[in-house]
Design a binder for this molecule. Structure first.
Ligand code: FE2
Length: 558
């Protein structure tokens, strides 16, 4: 069976993937191709890339699976929330809901757009319940036969959080907490209050939290342990679905974007993160009790909270955890593409996801052509891993562009900026010269899986940077630039057979320095999507303070 999965909601992170006989062949978010971050338009470029990769014509697709219910489901839920007073029913909010519904209805949830762009199809266009698609994207890639599956996001069509039970390839729905009682909403409104972009910059709040102290009580806004949690939507949602003025009334004026961060902001970030962690721990406990399973799968945007995920694992509430690396809505296409396997009592193909190198790739010939187009001088090297390790050991900051692009928000050694984690100044150097991003946001380490236990207290099998772990106290001064202020790190453990080139780079760096760990951050400028093509990489290289670019077998230096 050949199926195409798509995520298209007009809200954020449109994406597409293609699967053959239950195996994902290719997956990509629209933003990487359009270069518009969190692109919410119909994923036309992604679909074209999927078809080209699989060499399939649109009329050969057997199923096109959209990771959302039919448009009327969300609209009817909105109307019921307005009617019941769960959400303020002002005219602008109503108008926005109606506009969104009419636009999606006019496109038949994306089917008409697909037919317009790709011609007649023989296969079926079908809609997959949004949280079911998230749940499949976690369970089917976990490798667990039995698991509790939690989906926690801002909102689906009508859901905010849901629990599922995966058993032998089947998924049973256990319960759902409907929108607007949403943990994602709670976090997003305070992300906005702190002067950042909601549903995008939650990382910044999570990174700021360890600088704060437990001085602000948010129990008016959320009770994180109320079987399982309760969010005060009346105090969080204001007119036109914007953040409520009640937040400012109780906590003072919101932070102006880009202004100074003071102690109050740090303490609020602490309180928000703390409440989120407590709510997620409560959910994890409830999930184990309800399903009787001690393996936990997570998906949904809130599951990108690596700090909370790490705490769930370290708490001992569960034995094992799998977090879908593309837990945001981009990852919904994965679950949608596999959903047909559940039809007529069928079973999902459950396999452990070992990597997310599912995107596009450029051959050496294509890279050379791009270098020639821009008349750039480069050196061809026999072993890019060794050349990169040598430069890193000499304190250089590198752009590293190799193999197939990662799917999901994290760069995992194929579209990465790399640096020496031993230099305590490196965090500031990369922040100021390359990423132009906030001083408090930590960088992550990539380390050989073989030495993970020497450096980390937990999360020693963490391939996707979705679990935070404590760095062993004796190692913190050895890798200071990837150890956060509270002693934590968000590691990527690199296995030799999964990414041999990247493994060898870290290994070679270890031979030269005694530390088989590198600093890894995504290869992009602030506010831009991760680079996709050689041209993106070259442009980013020359727009930043990177010292060298290792692209395929070519090395460029400044
Ligand atoms: Fe979602």
């Amino acid at each position: 069976m050949i199926s195409l999965g798509i995520n298209y909601s007009q809200m954020h992170d449109s994406s597409a993937c293609i699967a053959r006989d239950g195996e994902i062949l290719f997956a990509i978010a629209e933003e990487r191709l359009s270069r518009a971050k969190h692109d919410a338009r119909f994923p036309a470029l992604s679909i074209r890339a999927c078809l080209d990769f699989a060499r399939i014509r649109p009329d050969e697709l057997e199923l096109i699976c959209q990771g959302w219910s039919r448009p009327r489901v969300a609209f009817l839920h909105d109307l019921s929330c307005y009617a019941s007073g769960k959400q303020p029913a002002d005219s602008r909010a109503l108008l926005n809901s109606t506009r969104h519904f009419v636009s999606m209805w006019h496109q038949r949830g994306g089917e008409n757009r697909f037919r317009q762009l790709f011609g007649p199809i023989k296969g079926r266009f079908r809609f997959v319940h949004h949280h079911l698609a998230h749940a499949i994207s976690a369970y089917a890639f976990s490798g667990f036969a039995d698991a509790a599956v939690l989906v926690i996001d801002g909102r689906g069509s009508w859901e905010a959080t849901s629990l599922w039970n995966g058993r032998n390839g089947r998924l049973e729905h256990v319960w759902t907490i409907p929108w607007p009682n949403s943990l994602g909403l709670f976090y997003a409104q305070f992300t906005h209050y702190l002067g950042f972009q909601p549903y995008s910059d939650e990382w910044k709040v999570m990174g700021l939290a360890p600088y704060g102290e437990p001085k602000i009580n948010l129990r008016d806004f959320i009770i994180p342990d109320d079987n399982p949690y309760r969010v005060s939507t009346r105090l969080l949602i204001g007119k036109n679905s914007a953040p409520s003025s009640q937040i400012e009334a109780r906590l003072g004026p919101r932070r102006v974007p880009e202004s100074e961060i003071d102690a109050r902001h740090k303490n609020l970030a602490f309180a928000v993160q703390d409440a989120c962690e407590e709510a997620m721990l409560t959910l994890a406990r409830a999930a184990v009790v309800k399903t009787g399973c001690r393996n936990l799968c997570l998906a949904g945007g809130v599951a990108l909270n690596s700090k909370a995920n790490g705490k769930i694992l370290a708490s001992g509430i569960v034995d094992d955890i799998f977090v879908q690396p593309a837990s945001g809505d981009d990852g919904v296409c994965l679950g949608a593409a596999l959903a047909p396997y559940l039809d007529a009592g069928g079973k999902l193909p459950v396999r452990k996801m070992r990597h997310v190198y599912l995107g596009s790739e450029s051959s050496d010939g294509e890279i050379e052509k791009a270098l020639q187009t821009y008349k750039l001088r480069s050196t061809r090297v026999a072993d890019p891993a060794r050349a990169a390790a040598e430069m890193l050991a000499n304190g250089k900051i590198l752009g590293w562009f190799q193999g197939r692009m990662e799917f999901g928000p994290r760069a995992l050694g194929n579209r990465s900026i790399l640096a020496d984690p031993r230099d305590p100044e490196m965090n500031a150097k990369v922040n100021n010269a390359v990423k132009f991003r906030e001083w408090w946001r930590p960088f992550a380490p990539s380390l050989l899986a073989e030495v993970a236990g020497e450096y980390l207290e937990s999360a020693t099998d963490s391939a996707f940077m979705v679990l935070t772990a404590q760095v062993r106290p004796e190692k913190r001064s050895i890798i200071p630039s990837v150890t956060h202020v509270d002693g934590s790190a968000r590691p990527q453990t690199v296995e030799r057979d999964v990414n041999p080139l990247y493994w060898r780079l870290i290994h070679e760096f270890g031979l030269r320095t005694g530390v088989p760990v590198v600093m890894n951050t995504s290869f992009n400028l602030r506010g831009e999507p991760i680079v996709c093509t050689p041209t993106d990489a070259i442009r980013t290289f020359f727009s930043s303070g990177l010292d060298s670019l290792v692209i395929g077998n070519f090395v460029l230096e400044k």
